[in-house]
Design a binder for this molecule. Structure first.
Ligand code: AMP
Length: 467
């Protein structure tokens, strides 16, 4: 009832942050950030959190959800602070699945908490724990953490959660995808029962709803732009193209110099690497970002992409999760995801803040089912580009000759099984291949299908959410 009332108020009156009863130090910080109007998730969440309600938020990255939970928690903590008490005690835990997200949340706390005396630290794995331990020992009020490192530090007796009053679980569905649910449950078991819990997830599959049910007490529910509608302003298209021609098609598309900056998605890390190398060989300024890269390499790749040094960033879904780029105009789904919601997340990276974006997808035979699922979810057909150069071509095993010739020495392989499992390189050129494939064009549809490899590919995709 209250939720729908807030929604109606928000719809008909443009609220400012002042209407949300924020204290001066926070209003000043928000204004420093250049925000004038709260986003819908902020308008709905901030009053409820200030009223000390638990919250179940269905919102994805890009909706302003970080500020939606950070700002009111900063306010509550500031108001509870005893000026006599100089010690900083860990009262807030924000659990998030990736290092990139943890760092970004840390930066948000830094920005929004500039004028309050609360200390925070960010804790994640893959780097030395010493600076993190040092910060914790100096005393912190707020901790942003990924589950693995947090558990590790808890087990070493360096962190105790006994004084936690505010617990925020961010991107819960991603935690599930990444196999962190057991770690999360172990952490939850150590939290005091008396606390305020804020639970955010972009999607609400059954397992997530169940976890939310256990964690939350009479929560206020906030749902903004359900995934299926966020895609409406994005210009979507799909190229039906054989797997063996995807690389060439992408290179062709990138000939258009008006495409300044593109985020390209692959399902697996190896594929991201392989594609970025192929693009570089084709003269395209590209970099890959995925979980096998060191923390520094990923931060650098991200920074290069943000400041336009790198034109094409090839990413896996999880690596891309924390990418927060305001003016991303193009997303390419080089491989379609087998989870339709992932498609919505991917393309939602363009078209932010009402700007229109373009999402181009490549769909090979084995991905047609995925496309159907996506169209079911978004409740519309993705327009297919007809009459393109590779339409109807079916690649022979030699389709990737230029790449395989270069890689035959180090035996590098794609993470996704090849479409025909017989990928023996030979010395034919790409032009040879194209000629051969043109001949194939008149063959009966499905002649080059390989059922068992398609099945394998689907299985491969199901396991591809590694970080
Ligand atoms: P998030 O969904 O938390 O990742 O936020 C996405 C982006 O929106 C970030 O770049 C924020 O800085 C920005 N943002 C958050 N709240 C607002 C607001 N009220 N007005 C304008 N930008 C905002």
């Amino acid at each position: 009832m209250v939720d729908s009332l807030i929604r109606i108020i928000f719809k008909y009156f443009i609220l400012s942050f002042k209407h949300l009863k924020l204290i001066e130090p926070l209003l000043k910080a928000v204004s420093n950030e250049g925000y004038t109007t709260p986003t819908p998730v902020q308008a709905q969440s901030i009053p409820a959190i200030l009223e000390r309600r638990d919250l179940l938020g269905c919102a994805q990255t890009g909706t302003g959800k970080t500020a939606a939970f950070t700002i009111p928690v900063l306010q509550l903590m500031h108001e509870e602070q005893n000026p006599e008490q100089k010690r900083h005690i860990l009262h807030t835990l924000i659990l998030t699945p990736t290092r990139e997200l943890a760092i970004q949340i840390g930066q948000s706390i830094e920005a929004y908490g500039r004028y309050v005396d609360l200390r925070h630290t960010v804790v994640f794995g893959g780097v030395s724990q010493h600076p993190q331990v040092h910060a914790i020992r100096n005393g912190v009020d707020i901790m942003v953490a990924t589950p693995g490192r947090l558990l590790d530090l808890m087990q070493q007796g360096i962190i105790s959660l006994q004084h936690i009053r505010y617990f925020i679980l961010d991107e819960a569905d991603r935690m599930l995808d990444m196999g962190f649910v057991h770690d999360v449950k172990k952490i939850i078991a150590k939290l005091p029962a008396k606390r305020q819990t804020l639970f955010f997830s972009a999607t609400m599959p059954a397992e997530i709803r169940q976890l939310a049910g256990v964690l939350l007490t009479n929560p206020v529910k906030v749902e903004v732009t359900p995934p299926a509608t966020t895609v409406d302003i994005i210009n979507q298209s799909v190229y039906h193209v054989d797997k063996g021609y995807k690389q060439q098609l992408l290179v062709d598309i990138l000939q258009d110099e008006s495409i300044e900056s593109v985020l390209v998605f692959t399902q697996m890390k190896h594929a991201a690497d392989k594609l970025s190398k192929a693009l570089i060989r084709a003269g395209v300024n590209a970099e890959a970002i995925h979980g096998n890269k060191s923390q520094n390499a990923r931060q650098n790749a991200l920074a290069n992409f943000k400041n336009r040094k790198t034109r094409v960033l090839v990413a896996t879904d999880i690596a891309a999760r924390g990418i927060d780029i305001d003016e991303l105009a193009y997303v390419v789904n080089y491989e379609l995801p087998n989870v339709p919601e992932t498609y919505v997340h991917r393309i939602g990276r363009t078209g932010r803040a009402g700007a229109s974006g373009t999402a181009i997808s490549f769909c090979d035979r084995s991905e047609k089912e995925f496309l159907k699922d996506i169209e079911k979810l978004i409740r519309k057909q993705v327009p297919a580009i007809s009459g393109h150069k590779y339409e109807g071509l079916v690649s022979a095993p030699v389709a990737k000759v230029p790449m395989q010739r270069q890689q035959s020495n180090n035996r590098q392989q794609s993470g996704r099984p090849q479409s025909n499992g017989r990928s023996h390189a030979n010395s034919k050129t790409h032009a040879d291949t194209r000629q051969q494939s043109h001949a194939v064009k008149s063959a009966k549809p499905g002649q080059h299908r390989n059922q068992s490899s398609r099945q394998k590919q689907t299985q491969g995709q199901g396991q591809s959410w590694s970080w």
